[in-house]
Ligand binder design. Sequence first.
Ligand SMILES: Cc1ncc(COP(=O)(O)O)c(C=O)c1O
Length: 405
Amino acid sequence: MTFDVAKVRAEFPILARQVNGKPLIYLDSAASAQKPRAVIEAMGEAMGGSYANVHRGIHTLANETTEAYEKARESVRRLLNAKSAGEIVFTKGTTEAINLVAASFGRSLQAGDEIVLSVMEHHANIVPWHFLRERHGIVLKFIPVADDGRLDLEAYRALLGPKTRMVAVSHMSNVLGTINPVAEIVEGAHAAGALTLIDGAQAVVHTKVDVQALDADFYAFSGHKLYGPTGIGALYATADRLAALPPYQGGGEMIGTVTLDSITYADPPHRFEAGTPPILEAIGLGAAIAWLETLDRDAVAAHEHALYERVKSGLNGANWISEIGRAPGKGAIFAFTLEGAHAHDVAQILDRYGIAVRAGTHCAEPLMRRFGLTASARASFALYNTLQEADSFVEALHKTRTFFS
Ligand SMILES: Cc1ncc(COP(=O)(O)O)c(C=O)c1O
């Protein structure tokens, strides 16, 4: 299989639109990706053709919808190469998945127990653990980040100790683009007797993930970054980890029996899916995964990398742009500051050229602080971006620079 970017672009209706009189160049996919027709149609067809609540009914539509919902779970299983679909819990996204683990696993922790995170984490993988620090006296430790954006693995090993209960790190940084050596990190954590949670929000989009090979206890991602809808994501956990975890939220769907003075719980994964789940969104995510499976993921990764390299070579070492994160093998994310201009102003000027980039802290304030910044701009590349768009981005950066100099 080869990769045909024109053919792929044609699947995304939004890419045909103009912004400020210019063809849209969407370089904000790390925040949320655009949706292919397969996803839009799958959700529309479910709403218009076969829709009811799941798991509760015995009528035809309820059965059909339940089947579609559970089929989506199986799609997520394939995506992550989990052993069984029972190891996949649908959540609202990465954030909810991490909150679930922090809240449920956190109940087994005691004051003084330690959790190891890294300085490059998204707030989604910091704040839920801070709750445990605030409420239960859990100690948080942070793996430092080197100047080029790599994690300091020697420092990591030194942080591990008899009180380490959990190591929670991102697979790929949403700012630096660094792809972390997760298998090695997991191995170290397990040797210290700790569990591991991997934030796969970015990595699942740009790399092939195999949770069995990584040996992670928990792995989280969001559907909307993977060309699927918002409001849906997943938490993978090994069957024994899920079985040992107390429920997170209470309500319908997650119980065995309820009496006035007792409750029993359903088996995982339903134990963790209280209430009516995001049915249509799960179906949309399943469609996104099925659509991605029609592509050669290695060719997609090579294409995305070529976009990043094109920008780098187009800038030709310009001394008025500083890139944040230059780790070898990094993913297709280009976070930068432009001399003499605030990141928000850069993003605003680029928008005039129809170019969408993100600006701010990227929900990674500790990382920004580590690099002495209050904000940066970020261009993130997706499978639908073209080399021509990369060139237009570089050209617009030059114009932005002229504007501010
Ligand atoms: C690395 C990383 N983790 C977590 C998240 C949070 O994802 P969500 O907002 O979809 O829950 C993001 C989103 O930007 C991210 O990039």
